[in-house]
Design a protein around this ligand. Sequence first.
Ligand SMILES: Nc1nc2c(ncn2[C@@H]2O[C@H](COP(=O)(O)OP(=O)(O)OP(=O)(O)O)[C@@H](O)[C@H]2O)c(=O)[nH]1
Ligand SMILES: [Mg+2]
Length: 626
Amino acid sequence: MDTVTSPESGVVTPIFADKTLRLALLGAPNCGKTSLFNALTGGRAKIANYPGVTVEYRVGHFELPSGQNVELLDLPGVYGDCGHSMDERVALDAVRGNLEGQRAPDALVFMMDASHISTHLHNILQAKQHGLPIVLVLNMMDMAARDGMTIDIAQLEEKLGVTVISCVAVRASGRGALIQFLDAWSGDVLAGKADLPSRAKGELKDLQAQARAITATTVKRVRKVETFTQRIDQFVMNPVLGLLLLFGILFLMFQAVYSWSAPMIEGIEAGFAWLQAVVESVIPSGWVQSLISSGIIAGVGSVIVFLPQIVILFAFILLLEASGYMARAAFLVDTLMSKVGLNGRAFIPLLSSFACAIPGIMAARTIEQERDRLTTIMIAPLMTCSARWPVYFLIIGAFIPDEKVGVFNLQGVVAFGLVISGIIFAMIMALVFKKTLTRGESSSLLIELPSYKMPVFKDYLQGLWDRAAIFMSRAGRIILPASILIWFLASYPSNATSIRETFAGKVGSVLEPLLAPIGFNLEIAISLIPAMAAREVAVGSLATIYSLGEEDVDGLGTMLQSAWSLPTALAFLAWFVFAPQCLSTFAIIRKETNSWKWPFFAFAYLFVLAYVAAGITFHAATAAGL
Ligand SMILES: Nc1nc2c(ncn2[C@@H]2O[C@H](COP(=O)(O)OP(=O)(O)OP(=O)(O)O)[C@@H](O)[C@H]2O)c(=O)[nH]1
Ligand SMILES: [Mg+2]
């Protein structure tokens, strides 16, 4: 067997080239496991400053300096060894080797937030009972120092009977000691020579008492000051000022989305118009020109234009998530949520649903009570997911004047109103479900508030980039093929003189009688069908359908202004607050509830709400003479 000698420590390590070392990252939620996982393996899993971000296990690989291959498991956070919720059970199953197709880890890397060591220390006493070699990684040592704490590592090691490594997972220099330790340790673990931890005895209560005794002697606060976090929270968590601040932040966000994006949007629009002009001058008129110009460029372009708004929106959301503010927002609205019978833990899944309902529905796994998890899953599709934005941006841009109302931008106010409507209806539906289908007590919020952190610039940019990439790849994977299909259906048979005579018109006319009473025309009926693949496909389809009928292709907004009445446009917006579109949402509901009943029920109730809301909006707006 080969060996290597580490230049710094002089440690001789055998290389088990044929054997991969399997390590599992265990620890409480929000202690930095995924940050370390991403840094070591080059992974790109989601990181945010609130507990319950990771709800599934993830496997990654990296190589230690000695050449030893390591397979690293990132796990959902656990509070102990009981596994009350689905995500905790996954983590514990992984550690016990009970996951299908996954062998048990060779050793545990137990992570702990050093700045909250007193709260969590008993967890490692529990984790020692798994009977695997274990190392304690005290992460966030920078935060502990900021809060004026010192930890006597040598004494802690002695009292716990395990090696303790200081770490700052988000900095390369902060991971050096851990890598060096793993390098030396890996050989022992694989050779079966690593020390097995002595098992602490007793129930949870005894372990907590032991942990308290240990922290009393090893952890000191050198400065008896209010922590930075406590100082800020006096303002942020104030029931009145805090709610005002929350409202203000959300409002500012929507104002920014509209005020900052205009020049970029105009630029992109001009770019696509130029591209269409080039295509029309280079390619002779005929089906090829029509496919490229009206099918592909109009369809895909009409959605991509909204990239700047999506990026600005997520620039805010990710900043709020990374700083630690989002978890505060959860507390501020907890009273409201508990009034409608929602579990306090529902906030984070609902928050995730603002990106997309799919991760949101999965994040509901952190909710222990099954019926509370179900309620959360059922209302998650009402949160304004990013696929709705192109629809909102399009209709608001075309039909709502870009005016100031006092200091506010009217378009921003309407967008804010649509998002709030989604939230209000989610609360109402939660109340209805709690009184009927998912009756029972719910528990209030028990999440631990993270400390405020300066966002890690690289992770922040990565998160923003990922959001933009998801948006763009949907344009390529879903909107492009859907646009081509719609172009074909709306162009043929070639002797059709109007959209009604095309294949698309024939399909749309099946739905038309159903949708006509709520003010929707044939074009809308057609566009709602492919939007089942993704909501924003409705925009691409409308762009293709309308640009086929035009000689001079204007922006889609301009075309809609002449084709739709204001009541129709408003009804369309109201429809999309509920939008029973998006098959993948129903597929994930099927998977997470393991039943067909719930996805069908979700579709039915969303459809009814969308229909009624659009109908009321249409008739009210018509009656008001708009
Ligand atoms: N200052 C500082 N921040 C850190 C450190 N490690 C992680 N963070 C931040 O802590 C927050 C939580 O990190 P994650 O990696 O998502 O934590 P996790 O343990 O995977 O959390 P769950 O998936 O919810 O269990 C993020 O905002 C990170 O940027 C560190 O050593 N120092
Ligand atoms: Mg994580």
